[in-house]
Ligand binder design. Sequence first.
Ligand code: NAD
Length: 272
Amino acid sequence: MAARLRLENKVCIITGAGSGIGLETALQFASEGARLLISDINPTSVEEAAIKINKKFPTAKTISTKCDVSKEQDIKQMVDKAVEEFGRLDVIFNNAGIMHPADDDAINTDEKVWDITHNINVKGVWYGCKYAILAMRNNKPEPEKGLGVGGSIINVASFVAKLGAATPQIAYTASKGAVLAMTRELAMVHAREGIRINSLCPGPIKTPLLMDFLKTPEKLNRRMIHNPMGRFGEAVEQAKAVVFLASDDSSYINGTDFLVDGGLHACYVTPE
Ligand code: NAD
């Protein structure tokens, strides 16, 4: 008998899947046999992504929906839709996040920028966890499909929640620190229910979120010099780590700040 794919039959949700890390993760999840619901605040981007994924991986069904993660009702409807369509929920990747262009230091950041950032990056992750946990509690073992109770939740934080940076973006940094703290607590509260909850801490990745922000060579080089591997990461390098955290391969990993940053967090002086 052929070995199962790593996410075969698992029902998975990805938020912010219209671009960047979320989109690459959707492709990786489908390639590993997931039954998938992808969502984004921009419905066109996820509709197009779902068409592309279904063409490429016809046996791994992918559906899409609009979801603004800062709205509790949107998250509830998204989780309900996945459960109605597929009968259960095994994995949620709470990936949607923003980095506001007017985010700055403590003196120059407007309260509105702080609130928008925290509503999406923190509250959105909380809502995603809340409705995923409620759904995962109903999971019954389906041994013939390789499915058990509980589930796996992956919340996107960032390496900036672990390192100080003199290029400030205070609302974003604080929001990602909140994701780390919230994830650790949730992981402990729900550990005995078989629900694992981990944070992913990407390093600087070549996606629209970062590249739109680092528009000038000065801004780009100011950061590149600190990167031990001499390059920014690719979204697919995050996506492969998310597959691991979502799958049973990581069955004893819980409450971690999972760093995928090319060693940036461990670097004092970069190689010449
Ligand atoms: P991206 O901008 O390429 O993609 C983000 C997606 O989220 C977009 O499709 C966007 O439409 C969607 N989105 C924005 N607001 C939303 C909302 N309110 N509800 C639902 N969807 C919304 O960004 P990315 O680089 O792929 O970032 C994904 C996650 O990774 C974010 O949480 C980001 O903070 C985090 N991250 C990125 C980097 C990096 O260097 N790119 C580093 C560390 C962490």
